[in-house]
Write a protein that binds this ligand. Structure first.
Ligand SMILES: O=C1O[C@H](COP(=O)(O)O)[C@@H](O)[C@H](O)[C@H]1O
Length: 261
């Protein structure tokens, strides 16, 4: 199958990227609410949340229909919700507490059970919301079809909590899986699997900084089948749209053929 390189949005500055990202999310939210009455969005942790900060400011804080948002996490660290490592805490402090999202629409993991149970619980919650069509279902797999999944990128090429050479990359049955040996602390995490990520209507990979430029190059440029199969290369939405938000540094190793598209 032909590689889905997606759309590249390369920005002169991080501030420009933040504005473009806010516009993009606000536009998808409006389109989804118009079409389905709701917007099911999955967040990641890390630098992404800071880069989404403009959504809390004018005009977005007033123009976005926050009451229709349903929030999920593409990955979460299995720690208490008030722990500094929690992706939920990061999003709550940096975004969710600053806009009028309905608390019952925020679907965070159960932080009082093991990683395995937390992954099972989270998949169960998503299954209930697929039944009621808060989350759509893919036409080509039995997977949930999130309106938008936002991913960050680690310098090792990981997305969500799918790390290079980890068996979780091969999971094809579960929607949500768990790991207990993350190479990046904390070790215990849950994560959407690749079939779920690749079933979304829209996937955005948001990347800034030089340390990630090599992974961006490997994912976007044609490095051929012998190039390292880092996880981000496996982000290939089947029917959905893939968009890359890059700053100049993250895009600095891209080949000219992609830069001039
Ligand atoms: O551990 C994680 O790392 C990735 C990348 O984080 P960043 O700070 O380098 O942007 C993040 O996308 C993921 O959600 C998180 O759990």
């Amino acid at each position: 199958m032909a590689k889905n390189t997606g759309e590249l949005r390369i920005h002169e500055s991080v501030d420009e990227l933040r504005t473009d990202l806010a516009d993009y999310v606000a536009e998808l939210s409006e389109a989804s609410v118009k079409e389905r009455g709701v917007f099911a969005i999955a967040l990641s942790g890390g630098s992404l949340i800071g880069l989404m900060g403009k959504l809390c400011e004018a005009p977005y804080n007033k123009t976005v229909d926050w009451s229709k948002w349903y929030i999920f996490w593409a990955d979460e660290r299995v720690v208490a919700k008030n722990h500094a490592d929690s992706n939920y805490k990061l999003a709550k402090d940096g975004l969710l507490s600053k806009v009028p999202i309905i608390p019952s629409h925020v679907h965070s993991i159960n932080d009082s059970v093991s990683a395995e149970e937390a992954a099972d619980d989270y998949e169960f919650v998503i299954r209930q919301l697929v039944k009621t069509r808060v989350v759509s279902v893919s036409e080509i797999s039995d997977c949930p079809k999130f309106d938008l999944i936002l991913l960050g990128l680690g310098s090792d090429g990981h997305v969500a909590s799918l790390f290079p050479n980890h068996s979780a990359l091969n999971e094809r049955e579960e929607w949500v899986t768990f790991i207990t040996d993350s190479p990046k602390p904390p070790p215990e995490r849950i994560t959407f699997t690749l079939p779920v990520i690749n079933s979304a209507s829209n996937v955005a990979v948001v990347v800034t900084g030089e340390s990630k430029a090599e992974s961006v190059h490997l994912a976007i440029d044609d490095v051929g089948p012998d190039g390292p199969l880092i996880p981000v290369r496996m982000v290939q939405p089947a029917m959905g749209k893939l968009v890359w938000f890059l700053d100049k540094l993250a895009a600095s190793k891209l080949e000219d053929s992609n830069l001039n598209k």
